[in-house]
Design a protein around this ligand. Sequence first.
Ligand code: UDP
Length: 329
Amino acid sequence: MSILVLGGAGYIGSHTVYELIDAGEDVVIADNLETGHIEAVHPKARFYKGDIRDRAFVDCVFDNEKIDAVIHFAANSLVGESMVDPLKYYDNNVNGTKVLLQSMVAHGIDKIVFSSTAATYGEPEKIPIEETDKTEPTNTYGETKLSMEKMFKWTAKAHGLRFVSLRYFNACGAHKSGEIGEAHSPETHLIPLILQVPNNQREFISVFGDDYDTKDGTCIRDYIHVTDLAQAHILAVKYLMAGNESNIFNLGNGVGFTVQEVIETARKVTGHPIPAKIEGRRAGDPAQLVASSVKARTILGWNPEHADLEEIIASAWKWHKAHPHGYAK
Ligand code: UDP
């Protein structure tokens, strides 16, 4: 089958492309390279550079290629930035998805797997979080992803399209080959920031708050390996190909680790003391985010293979050690 991966030069997108190609699928990538990297584009994928807000560009990809299903990663994803520049997020995430859907409907393309987020829930009602729990995002990023999910829902009803929305918890780790990995600028995520210390790029890691109601006072998150996320996208495409109905799934390991536990594991993996400095809380951080992924396991048959935190951090370390500046030479 031919799969169009929008945002296939980004972190989770590029890992999904690698898994699709390993599985023998034909892959087309479209990416505007605003946050993605040309070096992350798999050499066996056909690449189109352009923006999903550009209707003529999206039409051109669908006119040139015979696409069976779309996987949509093309969005901005920084929580902090989304709070200072909300309209950028509405424009790229919501408006971009609107243009994409208009083009899909016009071309009769009716299957899409969508990259959503735990940020759609906001402050959780209970742990672990289930897909039926209330969605009340506490930041613009999560709000735009929820708007995108709703746009899929109503477009599906009107035009017979089907979608799978995958709500990720904390994506981390890197491809086993060491060829692709996480490279954000600016970097805001915990594991890559911790690894900047043993990479001699930062003197210490800041811990944002140690007065939460958790076992050591630091925030708890559910860290999920990017390759396991990638596999879930392939299962979701197969699920739609088999004629199943639209659906929403959480993707996480169902196990939470505190910030201190993540730092301690990174010390063990790297053999570096990694000094940590306690700082104030970061605005909008819930104390705990842990997924129930029972639904994805039961319905999609998803079974994360790299759930061990040490293994996850070791794979990230392999990438960051060899590429201290990401894809930049
Ligand atoms: N965090 C931290 N120091 C940092 C970056 C993050 O203590 O330099 C904490 C953050 O407050 C959160 C957890 O690490 O509790 C994971 O943050 P990240 O930004 O990686 O992911 P998020 O949970 O925001 O999606």
